[in-house]
Design a protein around this ligand. Structure first.
Ligand code: FEO
Length: 391
């Protein structure tokens, strides 16, 4: 794809990775992704904002083939999907320097072996004049790593945000035109990448709230020419109040746990609680992560295998703990054959979460009538607890 004009002498460059299906060898990408870079030509200086994943360096270099000079490359974030082509761009433009936050300098040297004399650091709030265009750098740590910052192009009111507000979505639409689709991709992106830093994002949104922004230009997915769309979505996702939703990741070996999950879903439904359930034997972990964004309660369903939870459940609980959703309640349901430590193991994995653990329902063998009655009581408890944020 060729460079695309955003406004006068500001261009989208970059690569659309239509076929990529996994990120960080971990995150599913059902809709691909893009690595957006941006070129700004001031009357005195020319700047490239971010680069592309090293697997697609050739795409960026082709877009730059008629660009005679680049003075600066702004590195908002050292992760290689944005910084990975910096060495090639520095080689092509021998006098170019990389601009980065103070925290990022050492990371850039460590991860990409950029020579120290090719790096300039900027402070939070620092201004750089390109002649008739002016950049302001704003530190926004932990969106996604500690060194991350954004750049505001003052005259054109464009905020370049790198990972923040991004979406893993391969599209040839420059702007977020297909809003339902972009919302879905952006929420998936938030859930997988940003949710662990929810409280820090709140502080970062406060730092940019007074900027007059016409366009938000992230480094994944389409741009937002109506920034309120994505900013309001983020405000909802990062808020402290969950929704009246129970998320049930579960797996069943001999049907006992499945019977319990089926019964609990029905019981919660009778109490007007939305349920999102995920069979961990064939789950899209991205969808599970998205559900966790709003979940008031998570119920883990597992059989006991070799004295502990099923390994797929351990994986999901590890993810739950790592993603740190705003969930307030957790419980465990499942079945065992003759003994085990399933409850203690799962509880012990939830060290990052500020949750109340509701009484688990663990039964020996096939659930009996009294076990199902206990599930009704668990549903009653959840319904009562959810009143605090569903009214
Ligand atoms: Fe898109 Fe944290 O890299």
């Amino acid at each position: 794809m060729k460079a695309r004009k955003i406004v006068e002498r500001v261009y989208w460059l970059g690569a659309v990775d239509w076929d990529r299906r996994l990120f960080d060898a971990l995150i599913p990408l059902p809709d691909g992704t893009s690595y957006n870079a941006y070129l700004i030509e001031g009357t005195e200086k020319t700047v490239l904002l971010d680069t592309v994943d090293p697997t697609m360096t050739n795409v960026l270099l082709e877009q730059l083939k008629d660009v005679r000079n680049i003075d600066y490359i702004v590195c908002h974030h050292v992760e290689q999907d944005h910084s990975g082509s910096i060495p090639d761009v520095l080689e092509k433009y021998s006098s170019a320097k990389v601009i980065i936050s103070t925290r990022g300098k050492e990371m850039l040297i460590d991860h990409l072996h950029i020579p120290e004399d090719r790096i300039i650091t900027v402070e939070d709030g620092e201004i750089l004049s390109l002649g008739d265009k002016t950049l302001k750098f704003v530190y926004t740590p932990w969106v996604h790593w500690p060194e991350t910052m954004v750049t505001y192009l003052i005259e054109d009111k464009i905020l370049f945000t790198c990972d923040l507000f991004g979406s893993h979505l391969a599209t040839n639409e420059l702007y977020a035109v297909d809003r339902p689709r972009v919302y879905e991709s952006a929420k998936r992106y938030y859930a997988e990448i940003m949710m662990p830093f929810r409280t820090v994002i709140q502080k970062n949104l406060d730092k940019i709230k007074d900027l007059d922004i016409s366009i938000i230009a992230p480094s994944h997915g389409p741009l937002y020419d109506e920034p309120g769309f994505i900013v309001e979505a983020y405000k909802d996702w990062i808020s402290d109040t969950p929704k009246n939703i129970v998320v049930i990741p579960y797996i069943s070996m001999h049907n006992s746990t499945r019977i319990m999950v089926d019964y609990l879903v029905s019981s919660l439904t009778e109490r007007d609680i939305k349920v999102e359930r995920f069979d961990l034997s064939s789950v899209d972990l991205g969808k599970l992560a998205m559900s966790l964004v709003d979940a008031g309660t998570v119920i883990v369903g597992t059989p006991t295998v070799l004295v502990g939870p099923h390994p797929n459940v351990i994986y999901a609980v590890y993810l739950l703990n790592a993603l740190r959703p705003k969930t307030r309640y957790v419980s465990i349901v499942g079945s065992y054959g003759w003994g085990g430590k399933t409850i203690d193991i799962i509880k012990g994995m939830l060290t990052n979460l500020k949750v109340e653990v509701l009484d688990p329902v663990i039964v020996k063998g096939l659930p009996r009538k009294e076990d199902l009655d206990t599930l009704d009581r668990l549903a009653d408890t959840i319904a009562e607890k959810h009143k605090e944020f569903s009214t």
